[in-house]
Design a binder for this molecule. Structure first.
Ligand SMILES: NC(=O)c1ccc[n+]([C@@H]2O[C@H](COP(=O)([O-])OP(=O)(O)OC[C@H]3O[C@@H](n4cnc5c(N)ncnc54)[C@H](O)[C@@H]3O)[C@@H](O)[C@H]2O)c1
Ligand SMILES: [Zn+2]
Length: 343
C-alpha cells in the first residue's frame, strides 16, 4: 500500500507492505540515473543492510557504496557529521547522489541532516528498521543532531523522496526497542484517535509478544496516516504539529538527565505521557476515568523505573528544551482523550 504524505512539491509516498524489501530496487528505479548512491547504516546492521539493500541494488545495476555511522545518541554529533561529509566527498558524491538511510531514528536523523546540508541539499530515502522510525522519525522530514547542551538542537526540516517500510525488518529488534516504538504509537491514539487507542488496548499484548506482521502493518499504517495528516497541515511545526510533542517535555528531560542510553526515546515518551496525563488531571482538564483508561494502556508496556534525577537538574533540562519559547515551557496536556491542548 502507499500512504501519500501531501506536501505540495515536496510530497512523497510511504510504501508499506510485509515483504516490501524484495521490491526496493524496483520502487526506486525512477530515481536511478547511474549516479552514486550511498547507503548509510550502522555496523550492527551491516549483515541486514547487505542482504536487504546493498547486494540487491548492486545486482540491479546501482552504483552504491555503504558507509557506517555510530550507534546511540552520541552518534548524532557535529564531529560524526563531519566524518560523514568527508566520506561523501571521498566517494565523489555530487548533487545527483541519493542517500539511503537504513536504521532507526539515529541513522535517519543523521542521514536526513547530511542530505539537507551536503552540497546545500541532496535527495534521500528513508528505510526505517525500528518500530519508532517506521511510525515516527522516518515520516515528516525532521532531521537533527545533538549538542552537548541538549537533544536535536541543530537540524532542519527536509523531506525524503520516499519512505520504504517492511514490517518484517522488525524481526531482530529487541523487546525494549519494540516497546519504545509502541510509546509513540500510543501517543498518536492519545492525541488524535480514540478508536485507535481502544484498538491498541485490545492488541498491545500481542504487539509486544508476537511477530504478527499483519498486526504490525496495521499499527504502522494507522500511525503513519495520523502523523502524515498532521505534517501535511503543519509541516513547519506551528501549533498543530507541536501536539505530537505530547509526553516529550518531561520525556526529553528524563532522557537527558538520566544520561543518553539509559532510556529509549519511546520509553521516555511513555513515562512523559504518564506525567503529562497526571498533570492534566491535577489541572482539572482530563476526567479521572479517562486518565485511568490511558494509564492502564501505557502500563501494558514493560517500562523501566523512572530514573532518579535531582529536581534542579531536571528543571534545568526542561528549560533547555526546544519547546521553551518566550521564557515559558509549553506543555502538551489533554482535555480529553484525542483532545490535546498547549498549556
Ligand atoms: N526525526 C524525527 O522526527 C524523530 C522522531 C522521533 C525520534 N527521533 C530520534 O530517533 C532516535 C531514536 O530512534 P530509535 O528508537 O529508532 O533508536 P536507534 O536508532 O538508536 O535504534 C535503536 C537500536 O536498535 C538497533 N536496530 C535498528 N534496527 C534494528 C533491527 N531491525 N534489528 C535489530 N536492531 C536494530 C540500532 O542499531 C540501535 O542500536 C532519537 O535520536 C530520537 O531523537 C527523531
Ligand atoms: Zn518522539
Amino acid at each position: 500500500m502507499i500512504i501519500p504524505i501531501k506536501l505540495g512539491s515536496r510530497s512523497y509516498p510511504v510504501h508499506l507492505d510485509t515483504g516490501l524489501r524484495y521490491r526496493f530496487p524496483e520502487l526506486t528505479q525512477h530515481y536511478h540515473q547511474n549516479q552514486k548512491w550511498v547507503l548509510v547504516t550502522q555496523r550492527s546492521l551491516a549483515t541486514l543492510a547487505h542482504s536487504v539493500i546493498l547486494d540487491r541494488f548492486v545486482q540491479s545495476g546501482y552504483n552504491m557504496s555503504i558507509v557506517f555511522v555510530g550507534d546511540g545518541e552520541s552518534a548524532k554529533s557535529l564531529s560524526q557529521m563531519e566524518a560523514l561529509y568527508d566520506r561523501l566527498v571521498a566517494l565523489n558524491c555530487d548533487r545527483s547522489t541519493i542517500l539511503v538511510s537504513f536504521g532507526g531514528g539515529v541513522v535517519g536523523d543523521i542521514t536526513g541532516f547530511a542530505a539537507a546540508t551536503f552540497l546545500r541539499g541532496i535527495r534521500y530515502i528513508q528505510v526505517p528498521t525500528t518500530l519508532l522510525a517506521m511510525v515516527d522519525s522516518a515520516i515528516g522530514g525532521k532531521t537533527g543532531i545533538n549538542l552537548r547542551h541538549g537533544k536535536n538542537l541543530v537540524g532542519s526540516i527536509y523531506q525524503p523522496v520516499m519512505v520504504l517500510v517492511d514490517p518484517e525488518l522488525l524481526e531482530s529488534l529487541s523487546l525494549r526497542d519494540r516497546v519504545s516504538g509502541l510509546g509513540e504509537v500510543i501517543k498518536y491514539g492519545a492525541i488524535r484517535d480514540v478508536n485507535f487507542l481502544e484498538w491498541l488496548n485490545q492488541n498491545l499484548v500481542e504487539l509486544i509478544q508476537e511477530n504478527n506482521w499483519p498486526l504490525f502493518q496495521e499499527t504502522i499504517d494507522r500511525s503513519v496516516r495520523i502523523k502524515g495528516d498532521i505534517v501535511a497541515r503543519d509541516e513547519l511545526e506551528g501549533d498543530l504539529r507541536r501536539l505530537l510533542n505530547f509526553g516529550h517535555t518531561i520525556g526529553h528531560a528524563l532522557e537527558t538527565t538520566a544520561g543518553y542510553g539509559f532510556l529509549r526515546h519511546g520509553e521516555a515518551v511513555a513515562l512523559g505521557m504518564l506525567a503529562a496525563g497526571e498533570i492534566s488531571v491535577n489541572k482539572g482538564l482530563l476526567p479521572f476515568k479517562r486518565w485511568i483508561y490511558l494509564k492502564d494502556i501505557i502500563h501494558q508496556c514493560p517500562l523501566p523505573d523512572v530514573p532518579e534525577v535531582s529536581e534542579a537538574e531536571f528543571l534545568l533540562a526542561i528549560k533547555k528544551d526546544k519547546k521553551m519559547s518566550g521564557g515559558k515551557v509549553h506543555m502538551i496536556l489533554l482535555e480529553d482523550l484525542g483532545k490535546p491542548v498547549i498549556n
